[in-house]
Design a protein around this ligand. Structure first.
Ligand code: RIB
Ligand code: CA
Length: 355
């Protein structure tokens, strides 16, 4: 068991399947002076990869970060047929938000090559943050097995251990989309020193990160936006925000879809925002505790394919390869996110076109 908090500057490779909570993670990082975003890499997951890329460049433009490289990754998992979830994230992957179409063209290099080249250029400096399926990282590891030794750290949103799955009874979405990739990533990090072990943010903890309408209302107030966002369960589905602040308006439209989805799933009118929590873990801006384990992924089980399994006491006689986040302080996370993002978007000026 150990706890972490720091506020050093963190240089990041961010691999996403944007996605509503991926978008909030990118906004959180954009609003964080500690974060140096080296590149954002796209993988198929919540929606197909070309849609993920379009969402990511458009959202980074809205967040004032049209300076960040966006590279497109694998359109399909390593082995499994592609599975997407438009019912969770909306037909375009950003809920009810209608983002301005970006004029930016993604990078000419693939996401896997970006993983390899960036970690060669900046050995030991970069923290990987994966908030989608691990396909791109697994492809990079196949091409360059030494990659784990060039990463400062890896943080993954994925898996579930002593907690129900959200995709099958025992598997979490990012791992369920590409179980082979997740297994290859955990296997590849079995030989790194303890201080470089992947930090895993599973549903066990990320489903305690419940964003409610009052959090968004506070964020809109912190942003100086008006009228204050007041999402409620009795408003018509798809009701659009009229917020004066553009980022608040799009974020509200995206989150409304996500809250409607959680309500339809009988979870409540709220949104589990998994990915910005993983981003805060990567920056060290949220308190959390971890427990070391050996993690592997079931890929053959008829009922259990995509299940992450943690051996915490050495039963398998294999090296420890993960620090699993076991506890955090959700309200401390939201207080920080609301303050950080509110201040950032309040002062955001549209960036000049980079093309
Ligand atoms: O299971 C939650 C994860 O799957 C989040 O990263 C969400 O964006 C989806 O990718
Ligand atoms: Ca995601």
């Amino acid at each position: 068991m150990c706890s972490h908090i720091s506020s050093d500057r963190v240089s990041l490779i961010v691999d996403v399947d944007t996605g509503i909570d991926d978008a909030l993670a990118l906004l959180y990082l954009s609003a964080s002076p500690e974060a140096d975003i080296a590149a954002v890499l796209c993988t198929a997951g919540n929606v197909p990869v070309d849609r993920v890329a379009a969402n990511t460049v458009a959202w980074l433009d809205v967040c004032g970060r049209n300076d960040v490289e966006v590279a497109v990754g694998s359109p399909v998992p390593l082995v499994a047929p592609l599975m997407t979830t438009e019912d969770t994230h909306g037909p375009l992957g950003v809920g009810h938000a209608v983002l301005p179409v970006s004029t930016r063209i993604p990078s000419s290099r693939s996401a896997a090559d970006a993983w390899i080249e960036l970690t060669h250029e900046r050995p030991g400096e970069l923290t990987g943050l994966v908030t989608g399926p691990m396909t791109n990282l697994a492809l990079a590891l196949r091409k360059d097995p030494e990659l784990p030794h060039r990463l400062r750290r890896l943080v993954v949103m994925g898996g579930c251990f002593h907690h129900p799955g959200n995709t099958t009874p025992t598997s979490e979405w990012n791992v369920a989309v590409d179980p082979e990739a997740a297994k290859e990533v955990f296997d590849a990090f079995s030989a790194v020193p303890p201080e470089r072990r992947p930090i895993v943010c599973p549903l066990d903890v990320t489903e305690t990160i419940e964003m409610h309408p009052h959090h968004l209302r506070r964020l809109s107030e912190s942003a100086g936006s008006s009228p204050l966002e007041d999402l409620s369960d009795d408003q018509p589905r798809g009701h659009r925000s009229s917020a004066s602040n553009e980022v608040v308006r799009h974020l509200s439209d995206a989150l409304r879809f996500y809250m409607e989805f959680h309500r339809d799933e009988n979870i409540g009118y709220l949104a589990h925002v998994h990915d910005p929590f993983a981003a805060a873990v990567a920056l060290g801006t949220v308190p959390f505790t971890t427990r070391a384990a050996t993690v592997d992924v079931e890929i053959d089980g008829r009922l259990t394919r995509g299940t992450t399994v943690a051996d915490r006491t050495g039963m398998w006689g294999r090296p420890t390869n993960a620090d699993i986040v076991t506890r955090t302080d959700p309200e401390a996370f939201f207080d920080d996110l609301i303050d950080r993002v509110g201040r950032y978007v309040r002062n955001l000026k549209a960036l000049p076109d980079t093309n």
